[in-house]
Write a protein that binds this ligand. Sequence first.
Ligand SMILES: Nc1ncnc2c1ncn2[C@@H]1O[C@H](COP(=O)(O)OP(=O)(O)OP(=O)(O)O)[C@@H](O)[C@H]1O
Ligand SMILES: [Mg+2]
Length: 316
Amino acid sequence: MSVRTHWNPLQEFAIRLCLMKIVLLSRSRSIPSTRRMVEAAKARGHQVRVLNPLEVSVRLGRKKPGLVYRTKTIRVPDVVIPRIASSIASYGLAIVDHFQAHGAVVLNSAPAIGLSRNPARCLQRLASAGLEIPVTVISREVRDLQAMVDEVGGVPVLVKLMAGSERRGVMLCESRQSLEAALEAVLGLGHNIVMQEYVRKAQRDVRVFVVGGIALAAASRVPRAGRLSRTLSRNARIEPTELTEPLRLAAEAAAKLTELEVCAVDLLEVGGQKPPRVFEVNASPSLPEMEAATGVDLATAIIQRAEVMYRVLHPA
Ligand SMILES: Nc1ncnc2c1ncn2[C@@H]1O[C@H](COP(=O)(O)OP(=O)(O)OP(=O)(O)O)[C@@H](O)[C@H]1O
Ligand SMILES: [Mg+2]
């Protein structure tokens, strides 16, 4: 597998001289993405531990940061790589913050992960900076449904469950009736309404992996017949794709705006000269399938980025 690095061999040598203590915050060592990063860190000579964030507790109000894992006090490591599942986001992010506040290099930071876990706010930030996204209406109530539907280009529309909660989901509403039913369900759950233009002319759904602000690999996701979802967990096929300039520019801009060191940016290509539309930024993207499809060693790229960040913080 190849890794595109942006430093010369001499810099690479200097960086490799620093051996770091790395903590992977992940619920299990056996999660394939976690396993890949453990392998990559070990291969570069670092010490690596996997800690379940739910078993880390914090003691506040002391001179030294009190961190306890299960029953043992632990030290703040050099680097923390969080892989925090959405279901434990609020606790997990407090732990990430604590490590960062006491000197660890983190990729990604808690605020950045928090933003990406609230896709509506994330899209707001991208759109405010001028990035192309599918037209999206965020609202707390339905005053004028027709106006909302017109705003996003008419049916079919997507209704997304993404109120910053831990539950996610996308509904494709092809008629006014199905839309009304979906909105009733969303409001009944106490969620905000996120109605989005269904990009019909989408030619490809592409995921671009970005590390340290640099787009490293792209793959397109082809859904199973009859399925909207193109994600791997739902048996989508993933195919290597050329990382074109418009994809690279949009993905790198999205990573910068969300302040994520490691992320996968999901985009819809719309053809012609038009820029792709970003519809999601993922802070803990899965590695193995993307690596297998593209041949790029993403796990090593993440560890190398950690080395650079650590070196910048500790130049000696
Ligand atoms: N605005 C859109 N227009 C057309 N297709 C879309 C749009 N937004 C999302 N999709 C398709 O629907 C799929 C799921 O959307 P999204 O990624 O936003 O939701 P999710 O909750 O993260 O679900 P998943 O776990 O399937 O990724 C995407 O992979 C994409 O192919
Ligand atoms: Mg998604």
